[in-house]
Design a protein around this ligand. Structure first.
Ligand SMILES: [Zn+2]
Ligand SMILES: [Zn+2]
Length: 263
């Protein structure tokens, strides 16, 4: 390689590094200024987080109580009572289309946070939640060797009403922390279904049949991790996993922020 060319390359690389350091500092400055003007809300109690922090001191201690502790179902990750059981009742008696999945928090006590996150536009919570999923569930997620994260989509109408898809924000934050690419348009929600919470399992299944279609990104031979806010009976995750598997995906795992207790 020519000496002058090499010298020019080194200057170019140094210049790019300095520019990126300046960009990082600038972003830090913006973040500090924004925190001063609009202090962040704690994702657990909605009080103000301390300056430069993502949650308040009290909730830093309380958070550990919300984390799902062993034993949990080896299939769906719901906490179960009996250590000797490998699976929860639902996974022992029914069939799921996903390979397996995990959730971070137990839903009951955590429900108000999810409500604010989704319905009171606390989209800022996603940064913290995504980081915590990566921190606590990261080793297991990495062991699955996933190629992509795919958020469970919202229907266009709901997306324009809410302005954001909480599952996509979680996936982006997780993806950044775990260095896994996110495919936000891999699955589309084509029918605007009734809220699942008012339906029994059979109705849920019917409600979700044909609700999802494969989107614009190719999932062929990919190991995918579906991302959503809450796991209830697994019917939504199953419906998405079915779409992925039918389109040639190698595997469909899932991660949700919260889940209910198993039996
Ligand atoms: Zn708090
Ligand atoms: Zn289970």
């Amino acid at each position: 390689m020519d000496q002058n060319f090499l010298h020019a390359r080194i200057i170019h690389i140094k210049d790019a590094a300095e520019k990126s350091a300046a960009a990082t500092n600038f972003l830090k400055y913006i973040r500090i200024t924004t925190d001063l003007v609009f202090p962040r809300r704690c994702p657990f109690c909605d009080g103000y987080a301390e300056f430069g922090q993502l949650l308040c001191t009290t909730c830093r201690k309380k958070e550990k109580e919300l984390l799902i502790k062993e034993p949990w179902c080896m299939k769906c990750g719901k906490p179960i009572r009996e250590e000797k059981e490998e699976y929860c009742l639902a996974c022992r008696t029914g069939r799921h289309l996903f390979t397996r999945g995990r959730s971070l928090y137990e839903y009951r006590e955590f429900a108000p946070s999810i409500y604010r996150f989704k319905y009171e536009d606390r989209r800022e919570y996603a940064e913290y939640f995504g980081k915590q999923i990566a921190r606590y569930l990261g080793p297991e997620i990495r062991a699955w060797k996933p190629d992509v994260l795919i958020p469970v989509p919202l229907h266009e109408r709901k997306l324009s009403e809410r302005g954001f898809n909480q599952a996509e924000l979680l996936a982006v934050s997780m993806g950044k922390a775990l260095n896994i690419p996110v495919l936000p348009r891999a699955i589309m929600r084509v029918s605007d279904t009734l809220p699942q919470k008012y339906l029994d399992p059979a109705e849920r299944h019917k409600n979700l049949q044909n609700a999802f279609k494969i989107g614009i990104s190719s999932v062929k031979s990919k190991k995918a991790v579906l991302v959503d806010d809450v796991y209830t009976t697994g019917s939504t995750i199953d419906a998405c996993a079915e779409v992925l598997l039918r389109s040639g995906a190698a595997d469909g795992y899932f991660v949700t922020l919260a889940t209910g207790k198993g039996i």
